[in-house]
Design a protein. Structure first.
Length: 365
């Protein structure tokens, strides 16, 4: 039985989308403008071409399998951060400036040739040199999860939002050098599901030259009890599946750390709580692209006003069928939105222009 999403996260089904008026798109040229200009109440954009690169269909029986490969192994924008710890210590640049510079590469590309699904950063010092991956689709979804959490009371308290507990403060020097460990309890997007309990490691909370190096080693982790067992609902099904999924024709590739909406929502909450105490360090060092209201509006249309023709699925006509976009396709189109409209218009939160993140308009019209 399909699990039911909470009303805050509900989106149109493909059947509901098909009842709207179709606007056909036969190629990727000027596609994002066509999507943005469409009437969300009355229109949907029907893509009559393939978005997922053909190489991911090799040894894949369905577009669903190809989509999983595309999300895990697709093209990424590699952030141009310093390559050494000392280089980070010597740098005055913050992650936002890196994203603005590196995302600008998309502006020089033809819209239809952008196949990027996210961005990455990777420390190359010490014992941790794992690549960190942020799929674009999880950026606005993390903002939505944060906004939803701010409407909910923490069980047993009068406080709202994601519950956070900062560890390591008994060792101030270690926190300054490595960042804090923060345990977070995040609401589920699914009805009757318990909260997720996770930990973010190396969160920069104390101003110092070590902050950039700390945040580049940011990692997510399950909360483990004294017996070595996960505490509570520690991983999403997608996270578990994404870790286990491999190419059919190749050996397991190097492990990576993927950040999910729960991680992004938690970091926003941590930064917000520090902001209230006049500590801007976590927000200044924020490694996640916080989408603007315009970027969120495009994301909502990709979820609720776009279908794609897929010959690998059956229909009564025998010509294949229409389906909603998969995660990799949404990520790719968000990258194209950044390329077409610019980083500051899509992947940058301006409080004056956009208002508070928790007050974004998520209503489907």
């Amino acid at each position: 039985m399909t699990e039911e999403k909470k009303s805050f996260f509900k989106r149109r089904t493909s059947g509901q989308i098909r009842k709207l008026k179709a606007v056909l798109a036969y190629n990727g040229r000027n596609l994002l403008k066509k999507i943005e200009d469409s009437d969300s109440c009355n229109d949907y954009v029907e893509l009559r071409f393939q978005l997922i690169p053909g190489k991911f269909f090799i040894n894949s029986g369905t577009s669903e399998e190809a989509a999983r490969k595309s999300l895990k192994y697709g093209e990424l924008i590699r952030l141009s951060h310093p390559e050494s710890r000392q280089g980070c210590y010597d740098s005055s640049e913050i992650p936002l400036a890196m994203r603005e510079r590196d995302f600008s590469k998309l502006k020089g590309m033809k819209e239809e040739e952008i196949r990027v699904v996210g961005y990455s950063f990777q420390p190359r010092w010490g014992g941790d040199n794992l690549k960190r991956v942020v799929p674009f689709v999880f950026c606005p979804e993390g903002v939505r999860l944060f906004a939803y959490s701010e409407t909910m009371k923490i069980p047993g308290t009068d406080r709202r939002g994601i519950e956070i507990v900062v560890e390591n403060y008994d060792d101030a020097e270690r926190v300054r050098r490595e960042g804090a460990s923060v345990v977070c309890e995040v609401p589920s997007r699914t009805r009757k599901k318990p909260r997720y309990k996770l930990k973010l490691l190396h969160v920069p909370t104390t101003r110092g030259k070590e902050n950039l190096a700390s945040v580049l080693t940011l990692k997510n982790s399950a909360v483990i009890d004294d017996q070595g067992e996960p505490v509570g609902n520690s991983q999403t099904p997608h996270a578990v599946y994404n870790i286990r999924y491999t190419w059919d024709s190749e050996n397991e590739r190097s492990e990576v750390i993927t950040f999910y909406p729960q991680d992004i929502a938690s970091y926003i909450k941590i930064a917000g709580e520090c902001w209230k105490e006049h500590n801007l360090t976590p927000m200044e060092m924020n490694p996640f692209a916080l989408f603007s209201q315009r970027g969120v509006d495009i994301y909502k249309k990709l979820e609720n006003n776009v279908l794609i023709f897929d010959p690998t699925i059956s229909s009564k006509s025998g010509r294949g069928g229409l389906r909603r976009l998969r995660l990799c396709e949404v990520s790719m189109l968000l990258a194209r939105a950044i390329g077409v409209f610019g980083h500051n218009e899509i992947a940058y939160w301006d409080p004056v222009r956009d208002g508070k993140l928790k007050d974004y308009d998520w209503k489907v019209r």
